[in-house]
Design a protein around this ligand. Sequence first.
Ligand code: SAH
Length: 368
Amino acid sequence: MIEIEDLHNKQTFTKEYIAEMLSLSGEKRKMMLKEAGEFHVKQLGKKVFFRGLIEFSNYCTKDCYYCGIRKDNRDINRYDIDDEAILNAARFAHENRYGSLVLQSGERNDSMFTERIAKLLRGIKKITNGELGITISLGEQTREIYKEWFEAGAHRYLLRIESSDEELYYKIHPRDEKHNFQTRLNCLHTLKELGYQTGTGVMIGLPFQTYEHLANDLLFMKELDIDMVGMGPFIEHHDTPLYKFKEQLWPLQRRFEVSLNMIAALRFVMPDINIAAATALQAIDPMGREKALQVGANIIMPNITPTVNRKNYLLYENKPCTDEGADDCTNCLKIRIEMSGREIGFSEWGDSKHYKKPLSIPPKVGRK
Ligand code: SAH
């Protein structure tokens, strides 16, 4: 039985207890969410940090069963934004006092790609005087590549485990060398060892997924001692293999509610990590991300991808903000965040308070 008043001081969370938190609905759920918001402010204050998101390419070598930009989807326009446009987006983020940006794309491992990224990272550092924090989310790579990118200036890495349950993982990915659960897990360990602030996450409301799976996902994050989390609702895409399970999914509204429950529960389980208000929340509820900020999330990722390309990075359907420019996003978000009783940490990196640097890593320049 969950006693809402006990949540603030609770030290250990069992799988059963978390599963119960996740399955709450009605009045009790509302009480838990409110409590999570208060706990969050007590732990981390009211500041929310921006990560300008640049989805610079949708070319992908993987075939994940849920994802709209999977290799086998022939029904999309593939794009790759040129370096100059990426640097311009970084300039925009810097000038508009976003503390950081996120570079994300489909997954590629060829040297043309990996070398280009290293060059871009150095370029972004240079044009922003090392003042812009950089998160990258570029999938599974070798230790050498991760190291090269770290040395080039990236200091946070987001690699969602997608599901920490190996059996479920293979229901949503092909079972082959390119989609190996253990490899993904090893990558997370490598990123941590190299000194990245390391983030992971899962999709919520996948076919075959239960509250127990999701509770275990949160315990997985705790055990891995992760610094940041981005997780959001699964939204089916008609050109993907998982679409055939559409009828078996939780209704969208329930997926949304459980996503907020996940954020609130994780805030209690890991009080000092960074939690992102995932964009997918907004695909279900226009105020989805702001609602997440009120129950434990403290990071928001305004899309600063040049508008012409946005329509083609369709990981899922009804993806928001695909037709407005970056300027519109900033203004609209500022108002929305202030309405949610939060404030924006302009020009601050907003690093995860949970992060502890491995002893061998020298400090980065420009840290704020
Ligand atoms: N190539 C990078 C980034 C992938 S896209 C990588 O491999 O990590 C970023 C995230 O979008 C994925 O990690 C996945 O969790 C999410 N995503 C993909 N398809 C989705 C869908 N149909 N619904 C919700 N989220 C989805």
